[in-house]
Design a protein around this ligand. Structure first.
Ligand SMILES: NC(=O)c1ccc[n+]([C@@H]2O[C@H](COP(=O)([O-])OP(=O)(O)OC[C@H]3O[C@@H](n4cnc5c(N)ncnc54)[C@H](O)[C@@H]3O)[C@@H](O)[C@H]2O)c1
Length: 248
């Protein structure tokens, strides 16, 4: 049986990388999905590929008014949202802390941290009204440990913030049937990571016990599980999926 039957999910940053993989996995498991991204061309193409179970809304996660449009579009097409996957994120410049500009710091916070807050705030009323829902916030191993050799204070701070905000919402809304969990991938072969490492796993893979980067569709099953009712007693937790990288 499809594990996400009856779920109406918003997935941000769905036009490429892990967001695309999550969208395909969600639809394969029976969910209706609202895909959002800045990149409308790729997002529309993905929605078309997925058929009647998907719509695309062009959207900047850091824009509160945009979130109101996403919620309205979801309700008009499918009904009230009961799953949110806050996946959109940017890596920002890798720069020594003393050289990081305030503008770059704030830009990363706007997408990775403010965007996650605005997303949760936008969907919570519908989840409260339904008496339940699941929020899956995509953080990173950079929300678990500092990464040696890649100074990226803004990214690390934002991803630790995602982990903390997730816990706060979990304890605040647990009694209303709403679960919130964070997912912490290690290195995943997406356009973001290929651009950041200038390779597809070569040198950086030495730090990963499994010996390679993940494919995006190796992360999606965890996101599907946390969104599903199979995870009914799991909330407020960080779920690391990193090929063993933070085990050593
Ligand atoms: N790739 C990795 O190794 C890795 C590891 C850990 C965590 N993550 C996290 O996973 C998530 C997905 O990463 P990815 O590697 O698939 O990235 P990606 O760059 O390949 O895709 C991210 C998508 O988000 C969209 N996006 C960016 N800013 C946006 C905004 N303001 N509003 C709406 N959409 C926006 C982009 O257009 C893009 O389609 C991110 O939160 C990232 O920080 C990635």
């Amino acid at each position: 049986m499809a594990r996400l039957n009856g779920k109406i999910a918003v997935i941000t940053g769905a036009s490429q990388g892990m967001g695309t993989a999550h969208a395909r996995a969600f639809v394969a498991e029976g969910a209706k999905v609202v895909l959002t991204d800045l990149n409308a061309t790729a997002g529309e193409a993905l929605a078309e590929e997925l058929g009647a179970a998907a719509i695309f809304v062009e959207h900047d996660v850091a824009d509160a008014a945009g979130w109101a449009r996403v919620v309205a579009a979801a309700e008009a097409r499918f009904g009230p949202i009961n799953v949110l996957v806050n996946n959109a994120g940017i890596i920002g410049p890798v720069a020594k802390t003393e050289e990081l500009s305030q503008a770059d710091f704030l830009k990363v916070c706007a997408v990775n941290q403010l965007g996650v807050f605005l997303g949760m705030q936008a969907v919570l009323p519908a989840m409260v009204a339904q008496g339940g829902g699941s929020i899956v916030n995509i953080s990173s191993i950079s929300g678990i440990v500092a990464i040696v050799g890649t100074p990226n204070l803004a990214y690390a701070g934002s991803k630790f913030a995602v982990r903390g905000m997730t816990k706060q919402v979990a304890v605040e809304y647990g009694s209303q049937g709403i679960r919130a969990n964070s997912v912490h991938p290690g290195y995943v072969k997406t356009p973001m990571m290929v651009a950041a490492t200038d390779e597809d796993g070569g040198g950086a893979s030495a730090a990963i016990p499994i010996g390679r980067f993940a494919e995006s569709d190796e992360i999606s099953p965890l996101v599907v599980f946390l969104a599903s009712d199979e995870a009914s007693f799991i909330t407020g937790m960080e779920h690391v999926i990193d090929g063993g990288m933070t085990a050593c």
